[in-house]
Design a protein around this ligand. Structure first.
Ligand code: HT7
Ligand code: ZN
Length: 880
């Protein structure tokens, strides 16, 4: 397969001003007629080179240039393109192709999800619909007519505004849509189905009425309100926080069951994985409600950051994705608890993105090359990309950042641009030079930041010295220093924040400030320090780095109680827990009796006994670092030791803190029992604490806790409480109750595929022995199908990513199982196949014996026959 390089980018030879499409949808084929108004891109030169259009899996039925049918000698066709020679700088091209959505299992291009037709064109799916310049810097005005059977497909949708509709004979009808905004083909969408909608309207900041519609299959009509409310909140927030107004007369969301990712921001017609839009109390957890809110916002925000201003090429993907994740995180923080949102995002980044950045697929947020762009919808592009935008905001301040985004949107509206253009807007709006900062775009890897301190009592100074380094990543041995914004404060013995003045400064600044670390080694000295302070470093996780500071455990306990930065209070607790867990892992390695550091238990007790704390924060602080995070921070991950140590610590917490946990549990469950479900932050917080308490309490195996758990499972009016009860039962030794609960749940929710996904996920993640056999058995369940990506993620994905002890079985059966699934998926759905591969790519993290087994499976995949470019790229880079 061909490697594509950023350095080879060239502007397009031709542009497409207008795109007129007509789709004739049938059960056994679809005909696509395209009429394109093309012209030479004079930015290149005045010559007339051949026109080379992308096209894959298309059967060409007719081709005409300026109205004249071309004969076979007048064009060249191969697997990936159609070339012909234009004879004037502006011309029209008409094509008719036949495609087969009914047998498209890759879910890219036009395909069928259940009984409905839908599309997924990002990144390069449009070329599976018609011959086209399928690249994001070719932007065109689209007019689309969809023709289909009236009864089967009463709803016919495409981008933009509806302009005409009618019938054709007795059985068929048609609708025409026009999108006045120029857009690249990856934002094209079409939907045809028997759908119902919920409707509302939104009045924009300039008093324009926008119709809002969410289309779903009829049985899901009662699960749309939360998404609709989230959409309205997103629209208002984007006006208030970024000054962005919606532009069309209608905004539509369609929920589909078969979808490779979460959702897609097609202009005016977002297509969503049903799991990212449907939510109601009885069937979706609090986490699912929050996910729906975040994804609805994310896709809506793309209307400006992605659609009005789009990417010049796919190397610039983080321009829209990193920025839009940053925007949706800001929205979620404003709608819920900002600190809890930050904690969740950082925990996720540090566990999963840091692992990616340390693995064989590591790449900068603006990659230099790729084989298959679908493989680059990564945590690095999205989550680290968002962190990079966040660092810009930290360095420039909220106001300067907003001036930068205003300039960016105004300057580039209607254009396809680069990450450099974004940074330039920030520079020019703020009169700053961000040349060094741009290394975050070009260098991969997670920087290490080792910090040391020096207190000089005589001089009354306190110095912090920062050493930054970044490990080599594929193709990048040596790294230049990054600009690392360090938000920090210094605490005195009473936990008070000290005013901060750097040596040489005249005025005393505020008690929290941002230092910019720009050199490999750099010292900052604070003046006026009568006593040695305790530093609170990297507040709010102000940069995506691994920070080391030699904190003593008592200091961490002190920060947990006194730090004014909520994120760092949590962070101190995590550091304390990691140290305590590392003790246990060391004891396990030496075959010693395990003994937990009592200080961790003391710290957690004082959290539980303090009623004035935010319950969501208490729940976060009670959660031990995950096994995946403990593996990520280990040089070599010892799966068994990590699991044993963490389970031992959980049991110690459950035993020592039984009373306060039981009290908190009962109090919160009582409120839950008497309060109808509300999807709101305060209620999320109450249930979060109740549920983590229940998970600890069940480890005691006491009869009264089992009874409470069963009561919660049976009586809860919402999925958050019911699913937690099911999870803790499944993880418990109460075999009879577990089996009864699982059977009852499967029967009760047999007709709800998204709830069945949760049922599969609970069992796939269960760390008790026999996990692989349980998963293999569940693959035979009538509700499971490997053709549905949500099912694959719920069962195979949850097993390989969340069930470490079972997946990493010593005999390698877990690895063999995953490789078998990847080989099968490679033929059906290459994007899903290559995403499922990622646990195997981390083989360097494990002991020698496991490394051999994991590599062996990667080699077996490589030798298994014809591989998609998606799977080939990940496997070959992992073995390199
Ligand atoms: N921009 C969207 C990306 C996407 C996608 C990419 C590859 C294959 C399938 C896909 N479905 C959606 C989603 C987003 O970030 O908003
Ligand atoms: Zn996105």
């Amino acid at each position: 397969p061909k490697v594509i390089h950023l350095k080879d980018y060239q502007a397009p030879e031709y542009l497409i001003d207008e795109t007129h499409l007509t789709f004739e949808l049938y059960e056994d084929r679809t005909l696509v007629h395209a009429r394109l108004a093309l012209r030479r891109n004079l930015e290149r030169d005045q010559s007339l080179p051949p026109l080379v259009l992308h096209g894959q899996e298309l059967e060409l039925l007719a081709l005409a240039l300026d109205g004249r049918q071309l004969g076979p000698k007048e064009y060249q066709l191969d697997e990936n393109q159609l070339s012909l020679q234009p004879d004037s700088p502006a011309f029209s091209l008409e094509t008719t192709v036949c495609i087969h959505p009914e047998s498209n299992t890759a879910l890219e291009g036009l395909y069928k999800s259940g009984k409905m037709f839908c599309t997924q064109c990002e990144a390069e799916g449009f070329r599976k619909i018609t011959y086209y310049l399928d690249r994001p810097d070719v932007m065109s005005v689209f007019t689309t007519t969809v023709k289909a059977d009236k009864k089967r497909y009463p709803i016919l949708l495409s981008n933009g505004n509806p302009v005409a509709s009618g019938t054709e004979g007795d059985d068929r009808h048609w609708a025409t849509w026009n999108d006045p905004f120029k857009k690249p083909a990856y934002l094209f969408a079409l939907v045809a189905g028997d759908l119902k909608s919920v409707e509302d309207s939104f009045t924009t900041m300039n008093d324009r009425e926008v119709a809002l519609r969410i289309y779903v299959e009829p049985e899901n009509i009662d699960k749309c309100q939360h998404a609709l409310d989230s959409l309205k909140r997103s629209m208002r927030w984007d006006e208030q926080v970024y000054g962005r107004e919606y532009d069309l007369d209608i905004f539509m969301i369609v929920a589909v069951s078969d979808f490779n990712m979460g959702a897609m921001e097609n202009k005016g017609l977002n297509i969503f994985n049903s799991g990212a839009v449907l939510a109601r109390a009885e069937t979706a957890t609090d986490a699912a409600h929050q996910r729906v809110e975040a994804i609805v916002a994310h896709e809506y925000f793309h209307n400006w950051s992605g659609n009005r201003v789009t990417c010049r090429d796919w190397f610039q993907l983080s321009l829209k994705e990193g920025f839009t994740v940053f925007r949706d995180a800001g929205f979620s923080a404003d709608m819920n608890s900002a600190t809890v949102k930050r904690i969740e995002d950082v925990a996720y980044l540090r566990t999963h993105q840091f692992a990616e950045d340390a693995g064989p697929m590591a790449h900068p947020i603006r990659p230099d090359s790729f084989i298959e762009i679908s493989n680059f919808y990564t945590l690095t592009i999205y989550e680290k990309g968002s962190e990079v935008v966040g660092m810009l905001r930290t360095l420039l301040g909220a106001e300067g950042f907003r001036q930068g985004t205003d300039l960016y949107f105004a300057r580039h509206d209607g254009q396809a641009v680069t990450c450099d253009d974004f940074v330039k807007a920030m520079e020019e709006a703020n009169q700053v030079d961000l040349t060094q900062f741009k290394r975050w775009y070009s260098q991969a890897g997670t920087p290490h930041l080792a910090v040391s301190e020096h207190f000089d009592a005589g001089a009354r100074t306190y110095s912090l010295t920062f050493h930054q380094s970044c490990p080599p990543t594929p193709g990048q041995k040596h790294k230049e220093p990054f600009v690392i914004p360090i938000a920090l404060g210094l605490l005195d013995q009473n936990g008070q924040e000290l005013p901060l003045r750097l040596q040489g400064e005249q005025t005393v600044g505020s008690s929290s400030r941002v230092l910019s670390v720009t050199q490999a080694k750099q010292t900052f000295t604070f003046a006026g320090m009568t006593h040695k302070p305790l530093p609170s470093l990297l507040r709010g996780f102000s940069a995506p780095v691994k920070l080391e500071f030699p904190y003593e455990r008592d200091q961490l306990m002190f920060l947990m109680q006194h730090d004014s930065d909520g994120f760092n209070r949590w962070e101190a607790g995590q550091r304390l827990a990691v140290q305590a867990l590392h003790d246990l892992i060391a004891q396990y390695h030496c075959n010693e009796t395990l003994v937990i550091d009592q200080r961790l238990l003391t710290a957690l007790r004082s959290l539980l006994e303090n009623d004035s704390l935010d319950q969501a924060m208490v729940a976060e602080m009670l959660s031990l670092p995950s096994e995946a995070y403990l593996a990520e921070i280990s040089e070599t991950a010892d799966v068994e030791a990590i699991h044993v140590a963490r389970e031992f610590a959980r049991k110690a917490i459950a035993q020592t803190l039984f009373e306060p946990l039981w009290q908190r549990y009962q109090a919160n469950r009582e409120v839950s029992r008497s309060t109808p479900y509300v999807a709101h932050a305060e209620h999320f917080a109450r249930r979060a604490l109740q549920n983590i308490a229940l998970a600890y309490l069940m480890l005691s195996e006491k009869a009264e806790v089992l009874a409470a758990c069963l009561e919660q499972f049976e009586q809860a009016d919402n999925m958050t409480e019911r699913l937690t009860a099911l999870v803790v039962l499944v993880h418990s030794p109460f075999e009879e109750e577990k089996a009864t609960a699982l059977a009852w749940f499967a029967e009760r929710f047999a007709n709800d595929p998204l709830v069945m996904d949760q049922w599969f996920g609970v069992q796939a993640g269960c760390p008790l022995p026999g996990g692989l056999e349980r998963v293999q058995h569940l693959m035979q369940h009538p509700a499971f199908t490997i053709k549905n990506p949500n099912k694959v993620r719920a069962l195979i994905g949850a097993f390989a990513n969340q069930n470490h002890v079972n997946f990493h079985r010593r005999d390698g059966a877990g690895y063999r199982f995953l490789a078998d699934q990847v080989i099968m998926l490679n033929a059906l759905n290459p994007q899903i196949a290559s995403r499922q591969l990622s646990p195997l790519t981390r083989w360097r993290k494990f002991d020698q014996a496991r490394q051999v087994l994991m590599k062996g499976e990667l080699e077996r995949i490589l030798a298994s026959g014809e591989l998609s470019s998606d799977v080939y790229e990940v496997v070959s880079k992992s073995l390199a």
